[in-house]
Design a protein around this ligand. Structure first.
Ligand code: PEP
Ligand code: MN
Length: 267
């Protein structure tokens, strides 16, 4: 179902609030790694002002250590939805457990994110596949592109055609960055599949200083959008502060991203 051979037309995913991804529609998802409380609205207002069209924030966090902050849970979803209503922006947030999918539906979460660590959690993929809610499926950290596409197939085979893929970097021998950004995956997925694919320069690099160059590379490679972590006080962030852009850095990034989009959309 994800194969371009059988579906030559680009899929356009309707994320709600009038926001479309794919088929020439480019969207930027921005916000903090974790929802940390009511302060989310300040970050949300800032990213919207700079041109972000979707808001992100994790309420259920897949942390490496069980002793690290695990997220605000349902309260975090409510805070996201309040910001979404005020700013008329769809929200993207991670679901980790098939038992939480119904809660996400009841709350009206616009886009369910499947994180890299769950990219091959087949029961979870099937569960979100039984809904019609758009799914942002991130590439697993040791997944091939074909395995990523098979993950999409799990979702689509249950009846949900609304899948957006995300290249978020893969694990290699390189240690200077958190992951290695496989920018090639963007044109390769476009060749093999009709599904949209966005780039995540934050988890791909792991360091604020490299996020903007990676964002520009993904945009130039034809990504259908970007997901970027933004925090108004990165040194105090509860997770992933080292890779967060400040609102001012995000604003600068957005100016250049718009220029790159214009340049590559000439033909
Ligand atoms: C995230 O988006 O905050 C996240 C945990 O990403 P990934 O699953 O790509 O590591
Ligand atoms: Mn993160």
């Amino acid at each position: 179902k994800a194969n371009r051979k059988f579906h030559p037309e680009d899929t356009v995913v309707d994320c709600g609030h009038g926001v479309l991804v794919g088929g020439g529609n480019f969207q930027v998802i921005a916000g903090p790694c974790s929802v940390e409380g009511k302060g989310l609205i300040d970050i949300a207002r800032a990213v919207k002002r700079s041109g972000a069209t979707m808001l992100r924030g994790g309420a259920y966090k897949p942390r490496t250590s069980p002793y690290s902050y695990q997220g605000m849970g349902e309260k975090g979803l409510d805070i996201l939805l309040e910001a979404s209503a005020e700013l008329d922006m769809p929200v993207v947030t991670e679901v980790m457990d098939p038992r939480d999918v119904q809660l996400f539906l009841d709350k009206g979460i616009d886009v369910m994110q499947i994180g890299a660590r769950n990219a091959q959690n087949f029961p979870l993929l099937r569960e979100v596949g039984k809904t019609r809610t758009p799914v942002l499926l991130k590439r697993g950290m040791s997944e091939t592109i074909d395995e990523l596409l098979m993950g999409a197939e799990y979702i689509m085979s249950e009846g949900n055609p609304n899948v957006i893929l995300c290249e978020r970097g893969i694990r290699t021998f390189e240690t200077r960055t958190r992951n290695t950004f496989d920018v090639n995956a963007i044109p390769v997925v476009h060749h093999l599949s009709h599904l949209p694919i966005i780039g995540d320069p934050s988890h791909s690099t792991g360091y604020t200083r490299y996020v903007r160059p990676a964002a520009y590379a993904a945009t130039a490679a034809g990504a259908d959008g970007l997901e970027i972590e933004v925090h108004d006080n990165p040194s105090q962030a509860w997770s992933d502060g080292a890779q967060a852009l400040t609102p001012a850095q995000f604003d600068d990034a957005m100016r250049r991203i718009r220029v790159i989009r214009e340049a590559i959309c000439q033909d």
